[in-house]
Design a protein around this ligand. Structure first.
Ligand code: UDP
Length: 397
């Protein structure tokens, strides 16, 4: 099946994947993260792990366990690392450490390469035995962290053989390990990103009550303040004064995000007065539905205030959609202002470009074409796979 990527990346690139894999084929590799479904990390691992296997690598994937208390702690770590503020006590650190230890019965630590994703399982390294290699793959913005949380995490991160960040500005000058910049990626062959027929698209849109007769603005995101769902609704309401629109905000629960329900309820309250606003909570693995929403949209928004990378941006761009994105994290790597979409800093800015794009089919077409090509060159899973293989090779040299 990996051969099917040749049409996107060419023969040479595909060959190079096999050649690099050959050099590390004797190593056992374990990916560890904190959720099987929901959010970008699980999204990538669900596709990356089978591809690594296809290249003949000895690779597995495990998910750490935790209770509500643990995931509340890790969510507050996540927020305070990305926002620079926090309300953290010694008790939080104790709970975090306790769960690292409890996970020793779940997660084998003796693979040749331990590929640990994000802060939740980062502390497992304190139980490292022997000389295997540990890579910390950080998917979030750690450029301006809340110091007490970063100082705590840094003790663990410093023990790793290398770390990986998504965006150059996330680099840290206070850890003395190699830091590789590897932006995430999307899989062009997944259910979420493959081409779907007009009939499938329309069938799914009608199932969710989306009309064919009005332009559709969509944001696909977890219900998380960092994704600015209330700002999305505000932008839509401002734009609607000028063009008749409908809005879909499509999210799903993630087991490692306990804040979702509260945000969801706020979003529902804000949108009750407009029947053209569709707030949807889809079950995990609704990939075809997400695909249909992205494909059927006139404009896709990703109005994040804080973002690691924002896979949803590349997903939409791959479907020839210009994206209106918050000027934060990995979004500016994807949205080249005025070329593949527009970068915004406010609901007013988002509304302005929503009106502009909705009214200009030709601009949408040109930007959409640019957007897909930008993703093809930079953000397909085969590129991230190659970067991962190179990192594994590096730490073993
Ligand atoms: N996603 C999904 N269903 C939803 C909301 C999001 O499948 O209802 C997917 C989305 O398509 C993307 C991932 O979850 O692949 C979110 O990744 P992103 O990097 O945009 O944000 P994160 O949630 O990791 O902060």
């Amino acid at each position: 099946m990996i051969e099917k990527y040749e049409k996107f990346i060419g023969e040479h690139e595909l060959d190079s994947l096999f050649k690099i894999a050959e050099r590390i084929k004797d190593l056992s590799i374990l990916h560890v993260n904190s959720t099987k479904a929901g959010g970008g990390v699980a999204e990538i691992l669900n596709r990356m792990v089978p591809l690594m296997k296809e290249l003949g690598l000895n690779v597995d994937w495990r998910v750490i366990k935790g209770d509500n208390e643990f995931f509340n702690v890790t969510k507050s770590f996540h927020n305070s690392l990305q926002n620079g503020i926090g309300n953290i006590t010694e008790e939080h650190f104790r709970i975090y450490d306790k769960w690292q230890e409890l996970n020793l019965s779940e997660i084998p630590l003796d693979y040749d390469v331990m590929f640990i994703h994000d802060p939740q399982p980062a502390g497992l390294i304190k139980f490292k035995k022997g000389n295997n290699r540990w890579i910390w793959r950080c998917h979030i913005d750690i450029s301006n962290p809340y110091p007490p949380v970063w100082d705590f995490l840094k003790k663990y991160v410093s023990e790793y053989n290398a770390s990986i960040i998504s965006v150059p500005s996330f680099g840290r000058d206070d850890i003395d390990i190699p830091q590789f910049i590897i932006p995430p990626s999307i899989d062009p062959l997944s259910e979420k990103n493959k081409h779907i027929s007009e009939t499938t698209k329309l069938r799914i849109m009608s199932k969710f009550g989306i009309s064919e007769d009005k332009p559709l603005v969509t944001q696909i995101s977890r219900f998380d303040y960092a994704k600015d769902p209330l700002g999305v609704i505000k932008a839509y309401k401002l734009a609607k004064r000028h063009v008749d629109l409908q809005l879909a905000y499509v999210g799903s629960p993630a087991t490692d995000d306990p804040e979702g329900e509260k945000v969801y309820n706020e979003v529902i309250r804000e949108s009750r007065d407009d029947k053209d606003i569709h707030i949807l909570m889809l079950p995990p693995y609704s990939d075809l539905e997400i695909n249909a929403f992205q494909s059927a949209s006139t404009v896709v928004m990703q109005k994040s205030i804080k973002e690691g990378f924002g896979l949803t941006v590349s997903e939409a761009m791959w479907k020839n959609k210009p994206v209106i994105g918050g000027n934060t994290g990995g979004i500016p790597l994807q949205v080249i202002n005025g070329v593949t979409g527009f970068l915004v800093n406010s609901p007013q800015g988002a509304a302005h470009y929503t009106i502009y794009l909705t009214r200009n089919a030709k601009v949408r077409h040109t930007m959409g074409t640019n957007a897909r090509e930008h993703v093809r060159r930079n953000f397909l899973i085969t590129r991230e796979l190659r970067d991962y293989l190179m990192t594994i090779m590096y730490v073993n040299e």
